[in-house]
Design a protein around this ligand. Structure first.
Ligand code: SF4
Length: 354
């Protein structure tokens, strides 16, 4: 497969390079490894770009794509850019005196006169920085400015429907802001290209770094945690928690590699095997089950008390029956659910404060 980034940095790397300059050299020659999550994200992006029909997606991805489209539409309306020229999934380059420095592929660029909107969808469950502090979008704004040099204002937007809050964030760059971002990026790239560019491990930087299983800086997190094991602090420091996060992502990567090796060869790792997953039985015909249950005296109310209703599927059913969409569909669903649900909250999770 040809590398459309031509082995050069891309906007999506810049968040990491801003923290860990050494990761540019560390990743050289290492292959991309798509996982289930990135595959679902790729298909979702392809659907948003009009290359795949929504019916070909699994339920979760289709729901995320639908939400992306709704949020995008409302941003275009708010910015009065509904009729703007649109460019989707095109790679832009920053090229100076014939030398390409880096590239990026925004999910959507909308151009209206001297204004542009640059959108990036994040379809995964891990929330990224808001548009204001997002380095990838900063880089994309520079690339779009480089391509359309008549622009006077660029708004960048992150749309991430699966984020708990801030599902859509925006920030606007004026010409001076874009030049400031341009010089900042050039400096990062220049420093990252030094042969002795320093590596700096952090959960955010190492999360998607291809070098993490071989990188001494990332591995040091595990040895540092091991050192405190015999004398655990009463209250762990932020630094120790950061190392735990790096170690967890490193461990997950090692386990994924082991799983892949055992799939290819069951004898690949002495003493380890792939244990078959637990079997689950799924009821595919509740109506048929009800008819048989009724024979032993179970009535409709008792039967529905042991059934779970899938909210997404119910919404799809209401949509098919009523042909309602958007807000009207949400209101119909809310009306049907009214008084028939209860809200619970999961245990608080440990997270970095914003
Ligand atoms: S694994 Fe982490 S520390 Fe090592 S190069 Fe990658 S980002 Fe930097």
């Amino acid at each position: 497969m040809t590398d459309e980034r031509q082995g050069l940095p891309s906007a999506s790397n810049l968040e990491r390079l801003a923290t860990c300059r050494g990761s540019l050299n560390a990743e050289i020659g290492l292959p991309d490894e798509p996982n289930e999550m990135s595959r679902a994200g790729d298909v979702g992006h392809a659907c948003l770009a009009g290359e795949v029909h929504i019916d070909e997606l699994d339920d979760e991805t289709a729901k995320t794509v639908g939400r992306c489209q709704t949020l995008e539409r409302s941003i275009l309306v708010d910015l009065d850019m509904v009729d703007a020229e649109q460019v989707r999934e095109v790679r832009f380059w920053l090229e100076i005196e014939g030398k390409r420095l880096f590239s990026g592929k925004p999910d959507l660029v909308a151009i209206e006169g001297t204004r542009a909107l640059v959108v990036d969808y994040k379809t995964g469950p891990v929330a990224v920085e808001s548009a204001e502090s997002n380095m990838q979008l900063r880089a994309l704004a520079v690339l779009v400015f480089w391509k359309y040099n008549h622009l006077e204002e660029i708004t960048t937007a992150i749309i991430q429907p699966r984020a708990f809050d801030q599902q859509a964030t925006l920030t606007t760059y004026k010409v001076d802001d874009i030049w400031e971002a341009y010089y900042e990026l050039l400096l990062i790239l220049e420093e990252a290209q030094e042969t002795d560019a320093p590596r700096k491990a952090s959960e955010k930087a190492c999360r998607y770094c291809k070098a993490k299983t071989t990188c001494p800086e990332a591995q040091k997190s595990i040895t540092d945690i091991a050192k405190v094991e015999s004398n655990l602090p009463e209250i762990p420091s932020a630094n120790l928690l950061e190392k735990c996060a790096i170690a967890k992502s490193l461990i997950a990567k090692v386990e994924a590699i082991a799983r892949k090796a055992l799939e290819a060869d069951p004898n690949a790792i002495a003493g380890y095997e792939l244990k078959p997953g637990a079997k689950r039985q799924k009821i595919t015909n509740p109506e048929g089950v009800f008819f048989k249950a009724a024979v032993i005296g179970i009535d409709g109310q008792e039967f529905s008390a042991v059934c779970d209703v899938n909210k997404s599927k119910l919404k799809a059913l209401i949509k098919a029956k009523t042909e309602k969409k958007g807000k009207a569909l949400d209101e119909e669903l809310a009306d049907i659910l009214e008084g028939n649900t209860e809200e619970t909250r999961n245990k608080p999770s440990l997270a970095k404060s914003k």
